[in-house]
Every structure is written in C-alpha cells, then in structure tokens.
Design a protein around this ligand. Structure first.
Ligand SMILES: C[S@@+](CC[C@H](N)C(=O)[O-])C[C@H]1O[C@@H](n2cnc3c(N)ncnc32)[C@H](O)[C@@H]1O
Length: 278
C-alpha cells in the first residue's frame, strides 16, 4: 500500500527548515497551549515569554514553507484562568507577517432553547430545546464552561480565495434560494462558527490534547482541495491532520517529538487506509 505521507520524529522547526520554501499549501495545526497538559515528552509549563518567542520562531518557519496563496489554520484555546493565550499566540504569527484572514470559532458544545428554534422547527424538539456536544461540568462562581476554541486562518496576503461552500449548509428558509441566490443552489456559507463535537473515545485517551479529525477535514476543504499539493502539521500528535489528509486524498507531512504518539498516528493512518479500501 502506498504511504500518503510521513510524520518525522523531530523538532518541528528543524523539520520545517528541511522543506523547500513554498512547498506546502495548507498548514493545519494546534501547538501546545502551555497550560500544563500531561504530554509524555513535552513540558507544557514553560515561562510565558519563552513560550511566546518559540511560537514566533514556529510562525517564521511556517511562513517560509507556506506557498504564497497557501492557508495556515492555527487552532489555539486558552484556559479559564488564562484566556489571553490564543490571542497572544496569534499576535506572534501576526508579528511574523501573517495576516488574519478569518477568525473561526470552534464550538464544542451548544445549547439551543426551543423558543429560539421555533421559527425553524415545528416538531420533534423537546420543551428544553437541545444541548449538544461535549460538556464537562466545572465548579466555579467566576467562570463559564469553556465551550469553544479559536481557529485563526492566517494567510500571507489576506486575499487568498477560499472554497466558501465546501463546508456549506442548506438554507433553512428555501425562499432565500429563489430570491437571493444567483446560481439557485440550496447551499450557503457555514459562517465562522463551526460546531465540531469531540469524537467519543471508549478506551483510555492515548493523547491529552487532540482535535477531532473533522476539524482538519473542514480546514482543508475551506482552503480548497484542488489547490492543495501538500498539507503539513508541525505538531502532529497522534495524527489527526494526517488522517484528514488521507481521507481527502492529499499528501501530508508532519513533525512530532514523541515517538509513541507517532506510532499511534501510524496505526490510525493504516486503519483509515484499510477503511477507504474496503
Ligand atoms: C496540541 S498537541 C497536537 C495534537 C494533534 N492536533 C492531534 O490531534 O493529535 C501538540 C503536540 O506537539 C508536540 N510537540 C511539542 N513540541 C514539539 C516540537 N518542538 N516539535 C514537534 N512536536 C512538538 C507534543 O508532543 C504534542 O503531541
């Protein structure tokens, strides 16, 4: 079976420096957030300044390998006590010359009261409305539950075309199709709030901070599959971006410092290829 890509066991800056300039069209990644996640190899509790200057170096290396009309989707979340982390990390990418073209909210859990849905749905909704997605209760007088993270869409020019309908949704009110839509297609842009629930994992979690495979799938589609020669994830973890690339038939490259995470990623990729073949 042909291997669609490689995850290199090395530091991502060293790895990115080996790639040709402009050779990557889409980067989808989630760096460590520096919030004390129990990674097996990486220490997620470094002083803030050092962490941010490292993020700045990562941004510089990523910018060199990204093509001029490429897209970088940077997923970052914070913690309830430190909600500035995503903005601080995004600022380091801005300082490296990236332009924030879109700011997408990854919604992990949402509650919709019935009265807000009534205009759109007549039947089948319980009196309590619906609440969907993963929700971990916390005990706090100060904070709301953290139900979202950011996906910063960075480009080099701020003017890179995206495939707005690739993750589109059908119109609720079909009269809009007749009245407003030029091509009369019953599909509209999803907007910048993406509800992506976590996948249910029954066994013990093999990694403390993964994103669902649907997240990189949506990012790759958002940029446009036909304008992508190579997808990269500098912080590959257990390979969610690689899986997304395999699912969409696009070659990938990635870096990870933990050998065991790479082993798990390779097992997941092999299983994905098997499913695709059957
Ligand atoms: C937030 S996790 C990424 C998880 C990934 N998105 C997934 O779904 O599996 C960040 C990863 O970066 C890795 N890492 C930390 N420092 C690194 C470095 N210098 N180079 C490459 N990988 C690194 C960590 O081991 C961790 O697996």
């Amino acid at each position: 079976m042909t291997h669609p890509g490689t995850i290199h066991h090395c530091d991502c800056i060293t790895g990115m420096n080996q790639l040709n300039a402009g050779s990557v069209d889409i980067i989808v990644t989630s760096p460590p957030y520096n919030i004390g996640k129990p990674y097996t190899t990486y220490d997620d509790t470094v002083p803030r300044n050092g962490y941010l200057s490292w993020m700045n170096e990562v941004a510089g290396a990523a910018k060199r390998v990204l093509s001029d009309d490429g897209s970088l989707y940077l997923n970052v979340g914070g913690s309830l006590k430190d909600p500035w982390i995503p903005m601080d990390v995004a600022m380091e990418f801005r300082k490296s010359g990236f332009i924030l073209q879109n700011m997408i909210h990854w919604i992990k859990s949402i509650a919709l009261p019935k009265e807000d849905m009534g205009r759109f749905y007549n039947a089948g909704i319980s009196e309590n409305g619906v609440a969907v997605g993963h929700y971990k209760p916390i005990n706090s007088r100060r904070y709301h539950n953290d139900c979202h993270e950011f996906i910063f869409h960075f480009t080099k020019t701020g003017d890179v075309p995206i495939d707005r309908l690739a993750n589109g949704v059908p119109y609720q009110d079909k009269s809009n199709v007749r009245r407003w839509v030029q091509k009369k297609q019953d599909i509209r842009d999803r907007g910048n709030t993406w509800f992506i629930p976590y996948e249910t994992i029954r066994e013990e979690r093999p990694h403390p901070a993964t994103f669902p495979v649907r997240l990189p799938v949506m990012c790759i589609r958002d940029h446009g599959i036909d304008r992508c020669r190579l997808v990269m994830d500098p912080f590959m973890g257990i390979g969610s971006t690689a899986l997304a690339a395999v699912r969409l038939g696009i070659p990938f490259v990635g870096f990870e410092i933990d050998e065991n995470y790479i082993k798990i990623a390779e097992e997941r990729i092999a299983a994905e290829q098997l499913t695709a073949k059957n």
